[in-house]
Design a protein around this ligand. Structure first.
Ligand SMILES: [Zn+2]
Length: 275
């Protein structure tokens, strides 16, 4: 069930835009322009993307390789049925930022010592264009070298997800996240903060779509998710089913119990001989 809101037209070609509830950055189905909705008007923004390079077969092959890649995998996982493989273009805001953090506080490493200063850092910051998604945006290394201007004719192989955060909203998310990030970096030297203020200035910003294969597989009757990047085949996130309890963990517990019994028995014997 799709909840379509009022109608808007593309600011470039005039075609009606298909907008779902909550979406504010919309790719036109006809001309591929990216429209941002603001004050009930549409205007075109710069849009880039990374074309998908991974066919469905290659994505499934990568999934099998991942399943065989580690000793941590539960037995038989490589034979799991892959029940879903869907290519989705995820919207991302990418910002060039310059940041300045003024801080003061105390270091407690070798006696209490007052510390203060200014920390400056240039950062590329990514913000997911959706409010809710399982996409691991922090860990994701955007392969920016494969970035090209968006073309609607070529982007027909997957589902294009529109943005729910407009540029201003995404910048405000970036500001908060960067402030937290800068503070975490400073925790290397500051144990207690009296103040910590970060000022962020934004340079270039970009709205990007990145290809991700969303896979689902079944292991012993339960579904698990696997996300594979479409430009380089990297596994972005994979749910590993828990190992059989009677297999791995139970052996460990039995081992510890046996060691404890042996320990107590030795102590007992030692006491007998020392008496
Ligand atoms: Zn258009």
């Amino acid at each position: 069930m799709v909840d379509v809101v009022e109608s808007f037209n593309c600011a470039n070609c005039g075609a009606p835009l298909k907008i779902k509830k909550g979406e504010t950055v919309i790719v036109c189905d006809y001309c591929g322009s990216t429209n941002s909705l603001k004050a009930n008007k549409t205007f075109v923004i710069k849009h880039s993307w990374m074309p998908n390079k991974l066919s469905r077969e290659e994505a499934l092959k990568r999934a099998r390789e991942w399943m065989r890649s580690s000793m941590l995998m539960p037995p038989g996982i490589e034979n799991s049925e892959i029940t879903k493989a869907e290519l989705i273009y995820i919207p991302l805001w990418v910002f060039e930022t310059e940041n300045k953090t003024r801080y003061s506080g105390s270091s407690l490493r070798s006696g209490e010592k007052k510390v203060s200063g200014i920390e400056e850092k240039k950062l590329f910051w990514k913000v997911l264009g959706r409010r809710q998604s399982a996409f691991p945006v922090r860990e994701y290394k955007v392969p920016l070298t494969t970035k090209v201007p968006f073309s609607i004719e070529e982007a027909m192989d997957g589902q294009m997800l529109n943005g729910e955060l407009d540029e201003e909203e995404a910048k405000s998310v970036a500001r908060q996240e960067i402030a937290a990030h800068m503070k975490t970096l400073l925790e290397e030297t500051v144990d207690r903060f009296d103040s910590c203020e970060t000022e962020t200035s934004f340079g270039e910003s970009e709205f990007l779509h990145v290809p991700v294969w969303f896979l689902e597989f079944n292991y012993r009757g339960k579904p698990y998710k696997l996300l594979i990047e479409g430009t380089n085949g990297e596994v972005l996130k994979g749910e590993i089913p828990p190992s059989d309890f009677l297999g791995g963990e139970m052996k460990l517990i039995m081992g510890i119990a046996a060691a404890l019994i042996l320990f107590v028995a030795c102590g007992f014997l030692a006491l007998m001989f020392l008496r």
